[in-house]
Write a protein that binds this ligand. Structure first.
Ligand SMILES: *[C@@H]1O[C@H](CO)[C@@H](O)[C@H](O)[C@H]1NC(C)=O
Ligand SMILES: [Cu+2]
Length: 248
Protein backbone atom coordinates (compact mmCIF):
# COMPACT_ATOMS: atom_id res chain seq x y z
CA UNK A 1 0.00 0.00 0.00
CA UNK A 2 1.25 3.49 -0.85
CA UNK A 3 1.52 6.43 1.49
CA UNK A 4 -1.17 8.28 -0.45
CA UNK A 5 -3.61 5.43 0.15
CA UNK A 6 -2.67 5.42 3.83
CA UNK A 7 -3.44 9.10 4.04
CA UNK A 8 -6.72 8.55 2.21
CA UNK A 9 -7.69 5.82 4.69
CA UNK A 10 -6.79 8.04 7.60
CA UNK A 11 -8.87 10.88 6.19
CA UNK A 12 -11.86 8.57 5.69
CA UNK A 13 -11.56 7.23 9.24
CA UNK A 14 -11.28 10.78 10.53
CA UNK A 15 -14.35 12.03 8.71
CA UNK A 16 -16.46 8.96 9.57
CA UNK A 17 -15.61 8.73 13.22
CA UNK A 18 -14.99 12.34 14.12
CA UNK A 19 -11.98 11.21 16.14
CA UNK A 20 -8.33 10.65 15.41
CA UNK A 21 -7.34 7.68 13.26
CA UNK A 22 -6.75 5.44 16.22
CA UNK A 23 -8.96 3.15 18.25
CA UNK A 24 -9.10 -0.27 19.80
CA UNK A 25 -11.04 -3.51 20.17
CA UNK A 26 -14.74 -2.65 20.24
CA UNK A 27 -16.32 -6.12 20.43
CA UNK A 28 -15.65 -9.86 20.37
CA UNK A 29 -17.28 -13.01 19.09
CA UNK A 30 -17.00 -16.67 20.01
CA UNK A 31 -19.05 -19.62 18.85
CA UNK A 32 -21.57 -17.39 17.08
CA UNK A 33 -22.13 -15.09 20.02
CA UNK A 34 -21.27 -11.40 19.84
CA UNK A 35 -20.03 -9.58 22.93
CA UNK A 36 -20.01 -5.79 23.00
CA UNK A 37 -16.91 -4.21 24.43
CA UNK A 38 -16.31 -1.30 26.77
CA UNK A 39 -17.10 2.14 25.37
CA UNK A 40 -14.26 4.36 26.57
CA UNK A 41 -16.01 7.60 25.68
CA UNK A 42 -19.31 6.77 27.39
CA UNK A 43 -19.99 7.13 31.09
CA UNK A 44 -18.70 4.09 32.98
CA UNK A 45 -22.03 3.96 34.87
CA UNK A 46 -24.06 0.93 33.90
CA UNK A 47 -21.57 -0.49 31.41
CA UNK A 48 -21.52 -4.26 31.58
CA UNK A 49 -19.20 -6.14 29.27
CA UNK A 50 -16.66 -8.97 29.12
CA UNK A 51 -14.02 -6.42 28.16
CA UNK A 52 -11.86 -4.74 30.75
CA UNK A 53 -12.40 -0.97 30.75
CA UNK A 54 -9.94 0.94 28.66
CA UNK A 55 -8.99 4.54 28.63
CA UNK A 56 -8.51 6.02 25.21
CA UNK A 57 -8.37 5.53 21.44
CA UNK A 58 -4.89 7.00 21.52
CA UNK A 59 -1.99 4.59 21.22
CA UNK A 60 0.40 3.76 24.01
CA UNK A 61 3.84 4.80 22.79
CA UNK A 62 6.01 3.38 25.56
CA UNK A 63 6.59 -0.40 25.63
CA UNK A 64 7.00 -0.20 29.43
CA UNK A 65 3.96 1.98 30.09
CA UNK A 66 2.10 0.99 33.30
CA UNK A 67 -1.06 0.52 31.18
CA UNK A 68 0.55 -1.69 28.51
CA UNK A 69 -1.31 -4.79 29.76
CA UNK A 70 -4.86 -3.71 28.91
CA UNK A 71 -4.75 0.03 28.07
CA UNK A 72 -6.06 0.91 31.53
CA UNK A 73 -5.20 0.60 35.20
CA UNK A 74 -5.94 -3.12 34.98
CA UNK A 75 -8.96 -3.35 37.27
CA UNK A 76 -12.53 -4.44 36.57
CA UNK A 77 -15.71 -2.42 37.16
CA UNK A 78 -18.86 -3.49 39.00
CA UNK A 79 -20.54 -4.60 35.75
CA UNK A 80 -17.68 -6.87 34.73
CA UNK A 81 -18.78 -9.98 32.84
CA UNK A 82 -16.92 -13.08 31.69
CA UNK A 83 -17.48 -15.13 28.54
CA UNK A 84 -17.35 -18.92 28.70
CA UNK A 85 -15.11 -20.10 25.88
CA UNK A 86 -14.30 -23.68 24.91
CA UNK A 87 -10.66 -24.58 24.48
CA UNK A 88 -10.04 -25.15 20.79
CA UNK A 89 -12.63 -22.56 19.74
CA UNK A 90 -12.02 -19.27 17.95
CA UNK A 91 -12.23 -15.86 19.58
CA UNK A 92 -12.50 -12.89 17.22
CA UNK A 93 -11.67 -9.31 18.19
CA UNK A 94 -13.24 -6.45 16.18
CA UNK A 95 -11.31 -3.23 15.84
CA UNK A 96 -13.00 -0.03 14.74
CA UNK A 97 -13.46 0.20 10.98
CA UNK A 98 -11.54 0.68 8.83
CA UNK A 99 -8.42 0.10 10.92
CA UNK A 100 -5.97 2.68 9.53
CA UNK A 101 -2.55 1.12 10.25
CA UNK A 102 -1.47 -1.72 7.91
CA UNK A 103 2.22 -1.89 8.92
CA UNK A 104 2.97 -3.87 12.05
CA UNK A 105 2.47 -7.12 13.93
CA UNK A 106 -0.56 -8.70 15.64
CA UNK A 107 -0.38 -10.52 18.97
CA UNK A 108 -2.72 -12.44 21.24
CA UNK A 109 -1.80 -13.28 24.82
CA UNK A 110 -3.51 -15.17 27.64
CA UNK A 111 -2.98 -14.84 31.40
CA UNK A 112 -4.52 -17.14 33.96
CA UNK A 113 -5.99 -15.52 37.07
CA UNK A 114 -5.10 -16.96 40.47
CA UNK A 115 -8.64 -17.67 41.75
CA UNK A 116 -11.87 -18.88 40.19
CA UNK A 117 -12.54 -15.47 38.58
CA UNK A 118 -10.54 -12.63 37.06
CA UNK A 119 -12.86 -10.04 38.68
CA UNK A 120 -10.80 -7.43 40.48
CA UNK A 121 -7.49 -8.95 39.41
CA UNK A 122 -4.93 -6.38 38.27
CA UNK A 123 -3.75 -7.22 34.75
CA UNK A 124 -0.26 -5.97 35.59
CA UNK A 125 0.11 -8.68 38.27
CA UNK A 126 -0.49 -11.58 35.89
CA UNK A 127 1.89 -13.81 33.94
CA UNK A 128 1.11 -13.56 30.24
CA UNK A 129 1.90 -16.03 27.47
CA UNK A 130 1.63 -15.52 23.75
CA UNK A 131 -0.73 -17.83 21.87
CA UNK A 132 -0.82 -16.13 18.48
CA UNK A 133 1.33 -13.75 16.48
CA UNK A 134 1.68 -12.48 12.93
CA UNK A 135 4.51 -10.24 11.82
CA UNK A 136 5.69 -9.69 8.27
CA UNK A 137 3.69 -12.16 6.16
CA UNK A 138 5.35 -11.39 2.82
CA UNK A 139 7.53 -8.80 1.13
CA UNK A 140 9.86 -6.38 2.84
CA UNK A 141 9.67 -4.39 6.04
CA UNK A 142 9.42 -1.26 3.88
CA UNK A 143 6.22 -2.13 2.04
CA UNK A 144 5.32 -5.75 2.71
CA UNK A 145 2.11 -7.42 3.88
CA UNK A 146 1.86 -7.46 7.66
CA UNK A 147 -0.36 -9.11 10.23
CA UNK A 148 -2.14 -5.81 10.71
CA UNK A 149 -2.73 -5.57 6.94
CA UNK A 150 -4.40 -8.98 7.12
CA UNK A 151 -6.42 -7.77 10.10
CA UNK A 152 -7.71 -4.87 7.98
CA UNK A 153 -8.46 -7.22 5.07
CA UNK A 154 -10.40 -9.46 7.45
CA UNK A 155 -12.96 -6.73 8.19
CA UNK A 156 -10.65 -5.15 10.79
CA UNK A 157 -10.82 -8.33 12.89
CA UNK A 158 -8.34 -10.83 14.27
CA UNK A 159 -9.27 -14.42 15.11
CA UNK A 160 -7.26 -16.53 17.52
CA UNK A 161 -7.92 -20.18 18.33
CA UNK A 162 -7.73 -20.90 22.06
CA UNK A 163 -5.21 -23.75 22.16
CA UNK A 164 -6.92 -26.98 23.25
CA UNK A 165 -3.85 -27.74 25.37
CA UNK A 166 -4.36 -24.70 27.63
CA UNK A 167 -5.54 -25.68 31.14
CA UNK A 168 -9.16 -24.79 31.93
CA UNK A 169 -9.66 -21.76 34.15
CA UNK A 170 -10.22 -18.01 34.33
CA UNK A 171 -8.13 -15.95 31.96
CA UNK A 172 -7.66 -12.52 30.53
CA UNK A 173 -7.23 -12.53 26.76
CA UNK A 174 -5.19 -9.66 25.39
CA UNK A 175 -5.48 -8.77 21.68
CA UNK A 176 -2.93 -6.29 20.41
CA UNK A 177 -2.05 -4.57 17.18
CA UNK A 178 1.19 -2.60 16.91
CA UNK A 179 1.60 0.16 14.32
CA UNK A 180 5.08 0.89 12.99
CA UNK A 181 4.37 3.62 10.43
CA UNK A 182 5.92 6.15 12.80
CA UNK A 183 8.22 5.82 15.79
CA UNK A 184 7.93 5.33 18.67
CA UNK A 185 5.77 2.31 17.86
CA UNK A 186 2.06 2.55 18.65
CA UNK A 187 0.62 -0.15 20.90
CA UNK A 188 -3.11 -0.87 20.91
CA UNK A 189 -3.85 -3.60 23.50
CA UNK A 190 -7.25 -4.40 25.00
CA UNK A 191 -8.32 -7.30 27.22
CA UNK A 192 -11.41 -9.36 27.98
CA UNK A 193 -12.31 -11.88 30.66
CA UNK A 194 -12.91 -15.47 29.57
CA UNK A 195 -13.46 -18.76 31.39
CA UNK A 196 -11.80 -21.48 29.33
CA UNK A 197 -13.55 -24.85 29.57
CA UNK A 198 -12.56 -28.28 28.34
CA UNK A 199 -8.88 -27.40 28.29
CA UNK A 200 -5.76 -29.56 28.35
CA UNK A 201 -2.79 -29.88 30.66
CA UNK A 202 0.05 -28.03 28.96
CA UNK A 203 1.01 -25.15 31.24
CA UNK A 204 3.18 -22.44 29.69
CA UNK A 205 6.86 -22.77 30.56
CA UNK A 206 8.60 -20.08 32.60
CA UNK A 207 10.45 -18.69 29.57
CA UNK A 208 7.09 -18.22 27.83
CA UNK A 209 5.66 -16.10 30.68
CA UNK A 210 6.07 -12.33 30.95
CA UNK A 211 4.58 -9.43 32.90
CA UNK A 212 3.08 -6.37 31.24
CA UNK A 213 4.88 -4.07 31.70
CA UNK A 214 7.98 -6.21 31.41
CA UNK A 215 7.43 -8.37 28.34
CA UNK A 216 8.42 -5.60 25.95
CA UNK A 217 11.29 -3.15 25.88
CA UNK A 218 11.59 0.11 23.98
CA UNK A 219 14.83 -1.28 22.51
CA UNK A 220 13.20 -4.40 21.00
CA UNK A 221 14.35 -4.50 17.35
CA UNK A 222 10.76 -5.22 16.33
CA UNK A 223 9.62 -1.93 17.85
CA UNK A 224 12.44 0.29 16.62
CA UNK A 225 12.56 -0.84 13.00
CA UNK A 226 12.57 2.07 10.55
CA UNK A 227 10.17 1.40 7.69
CA UNK A 228 11.63 4.26 5.69
CA UNK A 229 15.33 3.38 6.01
CA UNK A 230 17.51 1.79 3.33
CA UNK A 231 17.78 -1.48 5.25
CA UNK A 232 14.00 -1.93 5.30
CA UNK A 233 13.86 -2.12 1.51
CA UNK A 234 15.62 -5.50 1.50
CA UNK A 235 14.70 -6.73 4.99
CA UNK A 236 12.33 -9.72 4.83
CA UNK A 237 12.79 -11.10 8.37
CA UNK A 238 10.92 -9.22 11.06
CA UNK A 239 12.22 -9.87 14.61
CA UNK A 240 9.08 -10.80 16.59
CA UNK A 241 8.95 -9.01 19.95
CA UNK A 242 7.82 -10.63 23.18
CA UNK A 243 8.35 -14.12 24.59
CA UNK A 244 8.51 -17.32 22.53
CA UNK A 245 5.13 -18.60 21.39
CA UNK A 246 3.32 -20.99 23.75
CA UNK A 247 3.25 -24.67 22.87
CA UNK A 248 6.28 -24.77 20.60
C1 LIG B 1 -17.53 -6.58 9.97
O1 LIG B 1 -17.42 -6.11 11.30
C2 LIG B 1 -18.53 -5.36 11.74
C3 LIG B 1 -18.20 -4.87 13.15
O2 LIG B 1 -17.07 -4.05 13.13
C4 LIG B 1 -19.77 -6.22 11.72
O3 LIG B 1 -20.88 -5.46 12.12
C5 LIG B 1 -19.97 -6.79 10.35
O4 LIG B 1 -21.03 -7.70 10.38
C6 LIG B 1 -18.72 -7.49 9.86
N1 LIG B 1 -18.90 -7.92 8.49
C7 LIG B 1 -18.72 -9.17 8.12
C8 LIG B 1 -18.90 -9.43 6.65
O5 LIG B 1 -18.42 -10.05 8.88
CU1 LIG C 1 -3.90 5.45 14.93
Amino acid sequence: MFASQLVALAVIALSMKGVKAHGGVLSYSNNGQLYNGWAPYNSPDGQSTIQRPWATYNPIQDATDPTIACNDDGTSPTGQQTATVAAGSDVTAYWNQVWPHPYGPMFTYLAQCPGSSCDGVNAADLDWFKVDQSGLISGTVADGYWGSGKMIDDNSTWTTTIPSSVPSGSYLIRFETVALHSLPAQFYPECAQIDITGGGDLAPTSDQLVKFPGGYSNDDPGFTVDLYGTQAQTMTDYPMPGPPLYGQ
